[in-house]
Design a protein around this ligand. Structure first.
Ligand SMILES: NC(=O)c1ccc[n+]([C@@H]2O[C@H](COP(=O)([O-])OP(=O)(O)OC[C@H]3O[C@@H](n4cnc5c(N)ncnc54)[C@H](O)[C@@H]3O)[C@@H](O)[C@H]2O)c1
Length: 254
């Protein structure tokens, strides 16, 4: 049993991590924080900008996580480059703003493919690599939209609800192998995720966040801190949780 007596600055020292959606926003902050705290990192994104993260111990992988074999290739790269896989962060995500009545099957399936199916496939391949080590941590980037809703985001809420339930179910399946699966229920964070659906995505999120009890949106680094903790042995008793990091958004009644 691991008993942690001190908060360690290099809490993931010597571990090997795979982070999806690492070219921007929350994923970029996660990849850089895990690396700064001592992990070797494979940073996967379809956006070639992920290559700017390259440095000793941090290997970018330009890939669309929805393609057949993408999860196998990403996990394989971590093992090939660094000898093992200890941490998977399923962070890549996309959103669409459409009423259900206006949504096409293709719209719906595109959101599920990134937010739910690719996360499942990365979990499956990561678990295969972690099982022989009898250790590992998976952190899925869920959302307050895993539980709450507002009009026009049904495809997104459904995908994030699926991710929360994947987290809980897989946690039960693999904790016996020493692998912890958890998620972060993220509130509003100032990133580019809404850039395709509103005029100024970061400004919209900053303003939307003001409705949370904390009175503001988060910066990506604030979410990365929660991920680093959940990925580390300091979170050794946390299994199947969706840890809310939402400035109180889901606590308030009004
Ligand atoms: N920003 C928020 O307010 C907020 C709130 C709740 C949850 N989240 C979640 O946080 C996660 C990160 O989002 P973000 O806000 O940093 O957005 P972002 O758009 O800045 O980053 C998402 C990254 O995922 C990558 N990506 C998307 N589809 C991909 C694919 N098919 N293959 C590979 N990479 C792909 C993008 O290229 C991008 O770099 C998402 O899962 C999102 O749902 C964000």
């Amino acid at each position: 049993m691991t008993v942690i007596k001190h908060a360690l600055p290099n809490e993931v020292e010597g571990k090997v991590a795979l982070v999806t959606g690492a070219a921007s926003g929350i994923g970029k902050a996660i990849a850089l924080l895990l690396h700064a705290r001592g992990a070797k990192v494979v940073a996967e994104d379809r956006n070639p900008a992920v290559e700017e993260l390259a440095r000793p111990g941090l290997v970018p992988l330009v890939a669309d996580i929805t393609e057949d074999g993408a999860a196998e290739r990403a996990v394989g790269l971590a093992v090939e480059q660094f000898g093992r896989l200890d941490i998977l962060v399923n962070n890549a995500g996309i959103i669409i703003n459409k009423l259900v009545i206006d949504m096409t099957r293709e719209d719906w399936e595109r959101i599920q493919a990134v937010n739910a199916t690719a996360a499942f496939l990365h979990c499956r391949e990561a678990v295969k690599a972690m099982m022989p080590n009898k250790a590992g941590a998976i952190v899925n980037i869920a959302s307050y939209a895993s539980y709450f809703a507002f009009p026009t985001i049904a495809a997104y809420t459904a995908s994030k609800g699926a991710l929360a339930q994947l987290t809980r179910t897989l946690a039960l399946e693999v904790i016996g192998h020493g692998i912890r699966v958890n998620a972060v229920g993220v509130g509003d964070v100032v990133t580019n995720i809404l850039n395709d659906v509103v005029d100024d995505g970061p400004a919209f999120l900053a303003q939307h966040g003001e409705a949370a009890p904390i009175g503001r949106a988060a910066q990506p680094e604030e979410i990365a801190e929660v991920v680093a903790f959940l990925a580390s042995d300091r979170a050794s008793f946390i299994v199947g949780s969706v840890v809310m990091a939402d400035g109180g958004m889901t606590v308030t009644a009004g």
